[in-house]
Design a protein around this ligand. Sequence first.
Ligand SMILES: Nc1ncnc2c1ncn2[C@@H]1O[C@H](COP(=O)(O)OP(=O)(O)O)[C@@H](O)[C@H]1O
Ligand SMILES: [Mg+2]
Length: 231
Amino acid sequence: MNVNGASVPALSLQRVRKVYAMGDSEVVALDDVDLEVAPGEIVALVGPSGSGKTTLCSIAGAILSPTSGRVVVAGTDISGFNPKQLTAVRRDLVGFVFQSVNLVPFLTARENLLVVDEIGKRTGAPARARADQLLGELGLADRAKNLPAQLSGGQRQRVAIGRALMNDPKLVLFDEPTSALDSKLGMAVMELIQQEMKARGTAAIVVTHDERITRFCDRSVHMDDGRITKS
Ligand SMILES: Nc1ncnc2c1ncn2[C@@H]1O[C@H](COP(=O)(O)OP(=O)(O)O)[C@@H](O)[C@H]1O
Ligand SMILES: [Mg+2]
């Protein structure tokens, strides 16, 4: 299913529709969305609250299934995948960084990276080496043994970035990664995201309300009311 060659998009969404059932009514969160992200490309996803950005990331990241349409991640069509297959996609192909960071509070920075190891493709010593390498690259070598509560907001977000990169994903989904940070720190984290993605040739979607962040991205895609309005 995986096709070789750099020309295979990191993500291809084709006429993707997502309808949430809300009691008797329905919410159309994604309304026939088409989007292609090239390998190594960083796309900013901009739009008002409720426009469907998180839903799009969740579907691209195999957390949610679309109501209809095709979802192809790094050459693998995941549209008809069962939950077990979707778990494998989350483990092998994609990484997530959420606004709320979601670190495990009772694990150290290093252990938060190694959590991925339990389900991931590396185990034991190679996983520990990978975690230490990433912590070093992210400027956290001397914070490896700290608990999340002992880290600043920016440091926590860097741990979350490291965790998302543990398994060398083809695509990383950043859902408002800087919204909980002050603007200076937000820009620094964005610069780091840009550097890390470009150094690895990893594609990314970065959801943001902040137009200043789009300059760290290769292009911007705008959403409104479940549709892509301009690219
Ligand atoms: N689990 C859900 N059940 C019902 N409606 C939802 C659910 N998640 C999101 N929605 C609705 O879908 C629309 C898009 O939401 P979302 O993707 O979270 O937008 P954004 O991330 O741009 O704020 C909104 O109208 C929201 O209320
Ligand atoms: Mg959202």
